[in-house]
Ligand binder design. Structure first.
Ligand SMILES: O=P(O)(O)OC[C@@]1(O)O[C@H](CO)[C@@H](O)[C@@H]1O
Length: 603
């Protein structure tokens, strides 16, 4: 059986021919599975999952008692690592505000470069994971380690979990992912002696022996809207669960009598209110999908511009498009006021240390110096702002908006009003009047307040709002994540990148994607696994006759070759479907351009 995270979602079978508004409706129906679950598997509201969330939050409380000697490490690959980064940044800020030492650390496979561009190869390396964990936890007494891998598959995280289990006196390992445990990846990991499934089984056994020393948190949220695109639901549920866990850890430090079960349920329900509210802005989101699609279809660009954490969500969304849709690094980009000073990643400004510095130039200054003069009418610019941002950056947002308007009319804003007091003020309406379209998003604060007030019986009104300001920030971020995921997904669908609900032009840049590519070819060509594998390898080496060496090379060799190549899987698909030569397949793709059309013509 296929892992749930790699399966095709029945809901989105026709998403490739949907209108912008229909795309948003389909994504909405898919995302509800985060809350309602899928096919009777345990979901985020199941008792055992709520219990585990509470247990991990309690383990967090122990760490927070001595933040100078203890740490909480969040680690993952790609989107999982980027979310680890933004979560650590938020909770460290909360610690600073509470007068405590920072103790959250993120680890991302491939280092800080991977925050902006995909570094897929390091996620296949368990030893690299172990080394990164050793480095970050050196000299610490206790470590709560959260290994995030949506598909229960990343070797980088497998290595770390295994290392934690060898050192249980220091580490409390937690595996966070969204497949049933028996569907964890059971394929060999190069240069290692275990599969992910074996690591999972070891952890499961240990959880039974030491129920307060190791945890597995794996609610099932159903297949992704675009098959395998775990940046979407996988990323959202990662964010929801970890924010819930550590918000609770921070709030029960002083009040142990609270019922953990009620706390967990209340916070999770707040996210559901935000999910419902977000998709009520369907028409606004559809307008922005239409704009972005027009830009991408006319060789234009989409730029997200924002302040602080909303800008970070924008940069993350943009960074996911090249690996997910084989798009160029320039197609969708994100920028942040204050650049690296605000971004606060561990390695600081890395734009000078990398060969292609462009995707690493993230500040508004970079945008103003290098891009604004090149803007054209086929570009879309979306501002990502909160009420507070508009108050703080009023003049510069106004100036920038006016300059952009000289070049393009596709300038919009996703604007989060002040939820506690959404009546607005003059500054706000002046700034917003420059945008051609504004999605005015208002969090349902009253409903949220009703839901979470039993958790904070001594607080109400403004006091509750102030106490939970960081949580309100999380709610805006998840709402924005849903909106931007819809815009970037929708616009690539309308560019013809998707066939049914499948990204055919997937980059073969790591082990997981190599196996996904073979399964796509097998499914659409209706051929055997071996025939699909051969077609893929022929496409990678651009040959109709494979040498013995090519045929039997390690998977990592194929990945090394394929990572920098374009349209490897579409060509392999045509080879398998038409039984044609590599040359002919490439010729068809050059003539037809839109991959999904080329495949359709060949069926
Ligand atoms: O280890 P996970 O979380 O299952 O997968 C991580 C990953 O391979 O998948 C994502 C896209 O599907 C990427 O962001 C990332 O590179």
């Amino acid at each position: 059986m296929q892992p749930v995270t790699e399966a095709s979602n029945d809901i989105t079978q026709n998403i490739d021919v949907a209108s912008p508004k229909e795309i948003v409706q389909l994504l909405c129906s898919c995302d509800v599975e985060i809350f309602d679950g899928w096919h009777g598997y345990p979901n985020i509201h199941s008792n055992e999952i709520i219990h585990t969330i509470g247990e991990i939050a309690t383990a967090g409380v122990e760490i927070l008692k001595d933040p100078s000697n203890n740490i909480i490490v969040l680690s993952g690959c790609g989107t999982s690592g980027r979310l680890a980064f933004i979560l650590c940044r938020s909770f460290n800020k909360l610690l600073r505000e509470q007068g405590m030492q920072e103790c959250y650390e993120y680890v991302i496979a491939g280092g800080d470069k991977a925050l902006f561009t995909s570094q897929e190869a390091p996620e296949d390396d368990p030893e690299a994971g172990i080394q990164a964990l050793k480095q970050v936890s050196q000299g610490k007494r206790k470590v709560l380690f959260i290994g995030i891998t949506c598909g229960l598959s990343a070797p980088f995280v497998a290595g770390q979990l295994d290392y934690c289990m060898d050192n249980l006196d220091k580490f409390t390992p937690v595996l966070l992912g969204f497949n049933p445990l028996n569907l964890a990846r059971d394929l060999p990991i190069e240069n290692w002696n275990k599969t992910f499934l074996q690591v999972t089984k070891r952890l499961e056994d240990l959880c039974q022996k030491h129920s307060d020393k190791c945890f597995i948190l794996n609610p099932i949220v159903g297949p992704e809207a675009i098959r395998g695109s775990s940046r979407m639901k996988g990323g959202s549920v990662t964010k929801i669960l970890l924010e819930t866990i550590f918000t609770i850890s921070h709030h029960i430090r002083d009040d142990k009598n609270q019922s953990l079960h009620i706390m967990v349920q209340s916070l999770l329900s707040a996210y559901r209110h935000v999910y419902e509210m977000t998709y009520s802005y369907m028409d606004d989101i559809a307008v922005m999908i239409q704009w972005a699609a027009e830009s991408l279809n006319n060789n234009g660009h989409v730029y997200y511009i924002g302040v602080d954490s909303l800008a970070t969500i924008g940069i993350i969304d943009a960074s996911e498009c090249p690996p997910t849709y084989s798009s160029s690094l320039e197609d969708i980009r994100g920028f942040i006021y204050g650049g690296y000073t605000t971004y606060k990643n561990k390695e600081g400004d890395i734009s000078h240390h990398v060969s292609n510095g462009e995707p690493f130039n993230i500040s508004i200054n970079n945008f103003q110096e290098n891009l604004i003069d090149q803007l054209a009418c086929n570009d879309t610019v979306l501002f990502l702002l909160t009420y507070q941002d508009v108050c703080n950056e009023n003049d510069s947002v106004t100036q920038l908006t006016k300059s952009i308007l000289q070049y393009t009319k596709h300038i919009g804003a996703i604007y989060f009003t002040e939820p506690h007091n959404p009546s607005g003020n003059t500054d706000e309406s002046t700034v917003l009047s420059y945008f051609k379209h504004v999605a005015m998003v208002t969090l349902p604060w009253h409903r949220i307040q009703e839901t979470i007030s039993p958790v904070f019986p001594t607080l109400s009104g403004t006091k509750l709002y102030e106490e939970l300001r960081h949580f309100v920030g999380f709610l805006c971020e998840i709402s924005l994540k849903w909106i931007l995921n819809a815009i970037s997904t929708g616009s690539h669908i309308m560019k013809g990148k998707i066939y049914k609900n499948l990204m055919i032009d997937v980059k073969v840049s790591n082990n997981k994607l190599y196996h996904r590519a073979i399964s796509i070819i097998q499914k659409f060509a209706g051929c055997s696994l071996e025939e699909a594998r051969c077609a893929l390898i022929k496409s990678i080496y651009k040959t109709d006759t494979l040498t013995a060496e090519q045929g039997s090379a390690a998977i990592s060799k194929h990945i090394d070759m394929a990572t920098t190549m374009n349209k490897v899987v579409p060509a392999a698909l045509l080879i398998a479907v038409r039984q044609c030569s590599v040359h002919e397949a490439i010729q068809i793709l050059n003539d037809v351009k839109v991959v999904s059309k080329a495949i359709l013509m060949s069926k």
